[in-house]
Design a protein around this ligand. Structure first.
Ligand SMILES: [Zn+2]
Length: 430
């Protein structure tokens, strides 16, 4: 009985945190436009737009031209997520500065998304292309409602991580990692309350959960059990990586025989949103706490981001300093699927080869970034395999498509563990 009570109380606390996130989004959505004016809002979980510098030409016409301005936060221009109001009967064209990095060349294949139900479901705009230094897209037809939500690609707000995690509470295969609480919260980010920082437009940052949980078969308790660590959300704008990891998690807790085999072979610790403040505040690669620091260069002995400091210590302790496989889920180039690995022979490794068979466009990239999750893991967790899966922003892909890719990532994991097992057996034979 006592146990039950503890759980209910903890759930209520968690519920309050979640409501706070949800209410913020809803309040803005319900606010509505001033009659006859085009206006913008971005003040919700993972929203992002520099409203002050966004311009509207021809607001009184049926075909206004809107030039979106990015917020001024490290490597600007990739993440937009906002509500536009006052557009009923109008067919706007949007002009966006093209991002100043490797993505730029790929923007011709990119498609923005829009939602007519406040972010519940998204559809892709059918057009979009480079025009000099800008990327341009136009609504397919006049909007039939006053307020429309628009985003760079499928969003993945912090609230979605919280909701998805809550959905795992009843699973026999999911448990807290020792050191976290019963609701799978490793700790809370500092927010404005503890850290004093605000975002680039002066907003207070809430304290957000740093979530971590363990997937394994508790009845299969043996010494040779592999340690696996899965992370996502390192880069705040890379939402499709979170969708892929969500699909992989759903697979790992499913009745699929491969998932059952994985749970018997491995203890898999999942940290689905490692930069919650950056995601919440709509940043690209950094966070309000350390706006000039790329979070995937911050994994070292002196991290500038409190959640990274928390997690580097926590993961070392939770794994006992050793994990065979560490995979960090990102989204980088538009239209591309890649695996980034520091090993020269990474393209011969089982994970890449297995996924390449299922997804022929998958490319291999040799990359070894100092301070990245994968390099930190290689240096601190004695990994056999440590790499990044970059799913990109794939035009037309719905959450289910990313989930399918996540499922195939689960199947690939079994190939890796079997290969390591074979190598170990061969070494023992020598
Ligand atoms: Zn990234």
């Amino acid at each position: 009985m006592k146990k039950e009570k503890g759980r209910r109380n903890a759930t209520r606390r968690w519920g309050r945190d979640l409501s706070a996130l949800v209410i913020l989004g809803t309040a803005v959505w319900a606010a509505g436009p001033l009659a006859g004016e085009i206006s913008f809002s971005q003040d919700f979980d993972s929203g992002s737009l520099n409203i002050e510098e966004t311009t509207v030409e021809g607001a009184e016409t049926d075909e206004p031209v809107i030039t979106l301005a990015p917020r001024n936060i490290l490597s600007t221009g990739r993440w937009f997520h906002f509500d536009i109001s006052g557009v009923q009967g109008k067919r706007p064209t949007f002009r966006v500065p093209a991002v100043r990095d490797a993505n730029r060349a790929h923007l011709a294949d990119h498609r923005y998304v829009f939602s007519l139900d406040g972010g519940e479901t998204f559809s892709y705009f059918k057009n979009g292309d480079r025009d000099g230094d800008q990327y341009v897209f136009t609504a397919d037809e006049p909007f039939a409602q006053e307020t429309v939500r628009i985003a760079y690609s499928l969003p993945y707000p912090v609230a979605r991580t919280v909701e998805h995690t809550r959905g795992l509470f009843g699973s026999s295969w999911v448990s807290p990692i020792p050191g976290s609480d019963r609701q799978f919260v490793v700790d809370f980010s500092p927010g404005t309350e503890k850290g004093g920082h605000r975002d680039d437009i002066g907003r207070e940052i809430p304290r957000l959960p740093i979530i971590g949980y363990r997937i394994t078969d508790p009845d299969a308790d043996h010494e040779g059990k592999f340690r696996v660590v899965l992370t996502s959300g390192t880069h705040a704008s890379e939402t499709t990586g979170n969708h892929v990891l969500e699909g992989k998690i759903d697979f790992l807790v499913s009745d699929d025989p491969v998932a059952a085999e994985l749970r018997r072979m491995a203890v898999m610790d999942v940290y689905p949103q490692v930069n919650p403040e950056g995601r919440w505040a709509g940043y690209m690669r950094s966070s309000p706490e350390a706006p000039r620091v790329n979070v995937n260069r911050d994994w070292h002995d002196d991290p500038q981001n409190t959640p990274v400091k928390t997690l580097t210590e926590f993961i070392k302790s939770a794994t006992g300093g050793s994990a065979a496989v560490v995979i960090d889920y990102h989204s980088h180039r538009d239209g591309e699927m890649e695996i980034w690995d520091g090993r020269d022979d990474g393209n011969q490794r089982p994970y890449f080869r297995f996924l390449k068979d299922l997804h022929p466009p998958l490319r291999f990239l040799h990359w070894r970034g100092n301070g990245s999750v994968s390099t930190w893991a290689r240096e601190n967790l004695n990994t056999v395999e440590s790499f990044i899966v970059e799913t990109g922003f794939l035009a037309g892909w719905q959450a289910e498509d990313y989930h399918d890719f996540g499922r195939n990532n689960g199947l690939a994991l079994l190939q890796v563990l079997r290969a390591i097992e074979k190598e170990r057996a061969a070494n023992e034979g020598n």
